[in-house]
Every structure is written in C-alpha cells, then in structure tokens.
Design a binder for this molecule. Sequence first.
Ligand code: PLP
Length: 431
Amino acid sequence: MSIISDYKKKTKESAKLFSLSTKFHVNGVSHNIRFFEPYPFVVKSSSGKNLVDVDDNKYTDYWMGHWSLILGHGPKQVKDSLKKQIEKSWMYGTVNEQTIKLSELISKAVPVAEKIRYVTSGTEATMYAVRLARSVTGKKIIAKIDGGWHGYTSDLLKSVNWPFTESESSGVVNEEKIISIPFNDLEKSLEILNKVSNDLAGIIIEPILGGGGCIPATEEYLKGIQEFAHKNNSLFILDEIVTGFRFRFGCLYPTMKLDPDIVTLGKIVGGGMAIGVMCGKKEIMKHADTTGKKKSERSYIGGGTFSANPMSMTSGFATLTELKKSKEIYSKINSLGKFTRDELGKVFGDKVIITGQGSLFMTHFAKDGITEIVNSAQAAKCDTESLHKYHFKMIAQDGIFFLPGKLGAISNTHTKDDIKKMIIATENFQQ
Ligand SMILES: Cc1ncc(COP(=O)(O)O)c(C=O)c1O
C-alpha cells in the first residue's frame, strides 16, 4: 500500500476537519509551514512526547511546538504554575511581578541581558532589534545571512530561500536596505560588508541556522563578523530564539566568548506560551527609554497588548526554573541528540549528511556532489523531496512526527527507546 493511502486511511476525521479549516483559513492554516500534502492531521491534545490527532493516532513528536517545548508537552511543573496563575487571572495589561521574576532568571543566565523588553513573538523581537540598531547608529542597512530566518518581519523577509536573489514576498518595500552575506564564509562576507560599511547599522545572525538547515556557525566566523561590526560601529545582533536555553542554561554565545550588543530570545523561554525577548547592553537599550527624550533621540520598541502578560511570564519562569534545577536535562538531551545523529549516519551512510548540535538534528539527502553542509545554499541543493518523503513516511506508517522538511528537536520526555524506534523507521524507509 502506498504511504499516502496509509495516511488517508488513518486520518479520516482529520481530512474532514481540515477541509472545514480551509473554509475559514487561507490554505487551512495560520502559519504557512504547518501545511503539508495531502493535508495535515488535526491535533486534539498533546502530552509529554506525544501529539494526539482527532482520529486518536498518537505521534512521537520531534517538532515540539516549533522547537519550543524542551520539557515536552504540558510538563507538570509548568501546568501547575499556570493553573495557579489562572486563579489569579491571565491578563493585567500592567507591570506585574511575574515579569520581574522571569527577568531575574534571564539576566543572571544571559550576561548581555542588562536590560530586557518582552513581546509576544520572535518576529516582533527581531523587528525591534533592527529598529534599535538603526536608532543607535543613525545608519540604515542591516546585514543578514543567506538562508537566515528571523520571522516574518518585513525588514528581514529577504534572502531566506535559495537562491536568495528573488524577493520573498510582494508587499515588502525598501529591500535595498537589507543585504545578505554567506554563512561561514568570512572572506566573502567581509567583502560584502565592506561595500556598505558607511551605512551599516547592524548584522543579525543565528549562531545555528534553524530554519536554514540546522547548521552551526564556526566560532571563527562569528568572531570575525563581530570584530567587523564593532570596528565599524555597527551592532552585532545574535538571534538566539532557537538556541537560547536549548543546549545549556543560558545562551550559546558565552561558550564562544562572543560579545553581542543585542540578543533576541523566544521559544523555550516562554515555556510554550507566546513570547519574544529583546535584550542587550544598557548603553544600547537605553535608546528605548522614552522618558524625557525627543522623538529624534528615542527608539520606539515597546508595544504589544499582550507583551509581558502574566501567563507567558509564568510559564517561562516555571520552565527556566525547572531547567536550572535539573541541569542533567541538558546532558541527557544533548547526548540523545548525538546518539540520534550517529545512528542516523550509520543507517544512511554517505547517502545523507546529518547536521545539528546538542538536541537538534537534521537529515539532508545528498545530491549533486554535495558532501558537506556549512551553509543554507548547500542544504537547499540537497534532495529536499526525499526528506519530505522520509518525514511523511514516518507520520503515515510509524507514528513519528517531524514537520516535513524541518529539523528535529529532542525534549526531556524523549527516551533512548524513542530514538531507537525512529532509527528502525528510518531503516524501513525507501527513498
Ligand atoms: C531564529 C529565529 N528567529 C525568529 C523567529 C520568529 O519567531 P516567531 O515564530 O515566534 O515569530 C524564529 C522562528 O522560528 C526563528 O527560528
């Protein structure tokens, strides 16, 4: 039987409900990447490592809420804290103590977070980071990475998908103010940056490309870009929305002795509730202070009805508290990640290239002579059709969920046996 008919057979309720969803929502979804062919299953609940769909199929989840759920779905400590918060109510629209508690934790773990602003998505955080960089420097151009993904902010919606030359969307203006540089290629990047150095406000980089293929930056590359930014009086912005609190209690940048001006966080620090964080050095963040300043001297970066709402602050605090208390979580999930990459490598041999770090991993089906993946162009030139087929096969036949084409994230609820099951499913995959 074909994979598609296996899938259709077990997701009949999902088919009906998704068809209803298309009546209300463009393509049936509200986030473009959540659609996959022939239709995505519809989830009714989740718990621990599992998603459960409306046909009662259970999936071991490696998408884990856009990689935000490091403790798994609905962890008890977070649930209990949220229940208590609900009793107190869930939206104040005022300064609240829950925010201060979360900030005490973040500022201790992330040295650059001398001042913090909360928003409700990573997209907003990077949008503000761009505005602040322009305000602080009085310059206009922002450099990003080919294949870098920072959310749907109009400014940064450029050079996301290979070949990186076409506009990503209609409706985006002033694209000439965003330039892009090749990941892990310092010489070429500096050449491009030098050409715009007079008007370069900032450079924004993920230390590991997430959406761009789960590809770590070399320390040498990041240090070289940072050095250029600082010498040029441009801001060095690290987007740690995926990497923050993913590998250790804190960010990735201190492990490479980097000194960013602004760091953006999201996902894990919200513990599964809506969040985005923009934080940075005092002398940079003070430009956001609107008290007693003329419009021309300040940067408006604090808005959002739901910014610092008590639910997000509470779930973030409960999640970080648990991660801080149980440091062994990191050694466990990081070593499961290594086990996964090693075992996938053994099954596929040189047919694939496995990228990732710690608890993140991604499989790239080698094609057209690609033998290493150090940037998004190489990832995009791999056989992405086979990757989708591989992920879809596991959804349809093995009860394992990866968002097709995306990297996998291991949570504290996954076990070695889960990984072994995924490896067996992989062995049965026919390209
Ligand atoms: C590195 C990075 N930055 C920013 C974002 C945008 O975050 P959000 O989807 O919360 O707007 C994402 C989302 O995946 C991301 O991976």
